[in-house]
Design a protein around this ligand. Structure first.
Ligand SMILES: O=C([O-])[C@@H](O)[C@@H](O)[C@H](O)[C@@H](O)C(=O)[O-]
Ligand SMILES: [Mg+2]
Length: 426
């Protein structure tokens, strides 16, 4: 093996990034959210980047994996899965509740581990691409498109965080007019064609009214509503009836494969998910029951860019559509999302991204959306460079935090404002 390809060192940098007070079924985003930046440095002196969730449970696994990677080749990405299993001590005692802030289905030991592996895989591919002078998409078999379409991600939100924190100039959006104003600003700034509204915050009638207002303001544009499983089957069907003429798809209206399958059987509105199909183990049942028409892939918890392509092949085989889920993330993840999305032939919907809500980053140049699309970089690796000063500042914030923000918890943030608050379901 070429010595240049051997891992010399792995650097893990937990950071806290500022985040606006976006509302969802579990509460409100905290003012700062944790992310982990992974750097894999080769003996050839090349450094590759990856990014993933930064909560404590991920940091634990990442620390163990980082210890055993030096001496192995950055080409050995398939070996990362077995290697991560061999170092993960927490496999048996994972709380299977829905993730405390991520809303990406139930927690499993596998999913936690894969969310870490994905950042290491991305970092290895970035390092390999930089070493060979090739973009990551070339390492995945080549791009099938030159740009990737993203959708605007609309949220009901407060103007400021109740307990203080970073302030932006978006103001509150708590009714249909506020959501339309937010959409207009996204349209003006980034040219997004599709709009997704995070639902499950207010009673369904108010969210239906917001989608209707969007349909009037942007006739013919693809619209989606995602209450993260907050509704019953009957409520979901009622919403589907109300909005069937304007929705591109309804995302996770109810929780669980059985509920989704029942809704799917009784409406023509396509259902999408990033909650009931989140692992390969969940695929057979959901596909057999025809519970979803679109799976939202996410390279973080599916285990990386290679596994995302495997999921895409499965969806293609079973005639299920594909798009991409997003959670709060920075530019390294956005670059990884764009590189893998560029290689997926059956990507027929605009991908989700939280990125426009993020005002801080650890890369030197912010990507620019044009007409809602990002150009696919042909530069070596992911095509992004680390801003070490920014990384150090965000790491310093993480070090200075008393632990309140080390684990994302939207419910805790909401209870800071309303101590008796409980997630609603309709
Ligand atoms: O950021 C949020 O509040 C979202 O609700 C996120 O946690 C979800 O994972 C995600 O965006 C989704 O599509 O369900
Ligand atoms: Mg969703």
């Amino acid at each position: 093996m070429d010595a240049k390809l051997i891992v010399d060192e792995v650097r893990l940098t937990p950071i806290l990034i500022s985040d606006p007070p976006l509302l969802n079924v579990q509460g409100v985003h905290q003012p700062y959210t944790p992310r982990l930046v992974v750097e894999v440095v080769t003996r050839g002196g090349v450094s590759g980047l990856g990014e993933t969730y930064g909560d404590t449970v991920y940091l634990d696994i990442a620390g163990r994996l980082a210890e055993v990677l030096p001496g192995r080749s950055i080409t050995d990405v398939n070996a990362l899965f077995a290697l991560s299993e061999s170092v993960d001590p927490h496999q048996a005692d994972v709380d299977p509740a829905v993730d405390a802030g991520g809303l990406r289905g139930v927690r499993t030991a596998d999913k936690l581990r894969l969310s870490v592996v994905s950042a290491f895989e991305t970092a290895c591919l970035d390092a390999l691409g930089r070493t060979l002078g090739l973009p990551v998409h070339a390492l995945l078999g080549g791009k099938v498109r030159d740009s990737v379409e993203y959708s605007a991600y609309l949220f009901h939100r407060w103007a400021t965080h109740p307990a203080g924190g970073p302030v932006d100039d978006w103001g509150a959006a708590l009714d249909p007019a506020g959501i339309v104003a937010q959409a207009r600003r996204f349209d003006r700034l980034h040219g997004f064609r599709s709009f997704k509204l995070k639902g499950g915050v207010f009673e369904p009638e108010r969210e239906i009214a917001a989608i209707r207002a969007l349909a009037e303001a942007f006739p013919g544009r693809p619209l989606r509503l995602d209450p993260n499983g907050a509704w019953s089957v009957e409520t979901s069907l009622a919403v589907a009836r109300e909005l069937g003429d304007v929705l591109e798809y309804l995302e996770d209206p109810a929780s669980g494969t059985d509920a989704m399958a029942e809704i799917a059987a009784r409406t023509d509105v396509p259902l999408a998910t990033n909650m009931c199909v989140t692992t390969f183990e969940e695929v057979p049942e959901a596909f057999a029951k025809e519970a979803v028409r679109i799976v939202l892939c996410d390279h973080h918890y599916w285990g990386g860019l290679g596994r995302t392509r495997e999921l895409a092949a499965l969806c293609r085989t079973y005639g299920v559509g594909l798009s991409m889920h997003s959670n709060t993330h920075l530019g390294i993840s956005l670059a990884a999302m764009t590189q893998v999305a560029a290689t997926l032939p059956g990507l027929h919907h605009a991908c989700d991204t939280h990125y426009p809500w993020q005002t801080e980053d650890v890369i030197t140049t912010r990507p620019v959306f044009r007409a809602g699309r990002l150009a696919v970089s042909d530069a070596p690796g992911l095509g992004v460079d680390l801003d070490r000063d920014a990384l150090a500042a965000l790491h310093h914030r993480w070090l200075s935090d008393d632990g309140t923000h080390h684990d994302r918890d939207d419910t805790a943030a909401m209870r800071g404002a309303a101590p008796d608050w409980k997630p609603s379901s309709w």
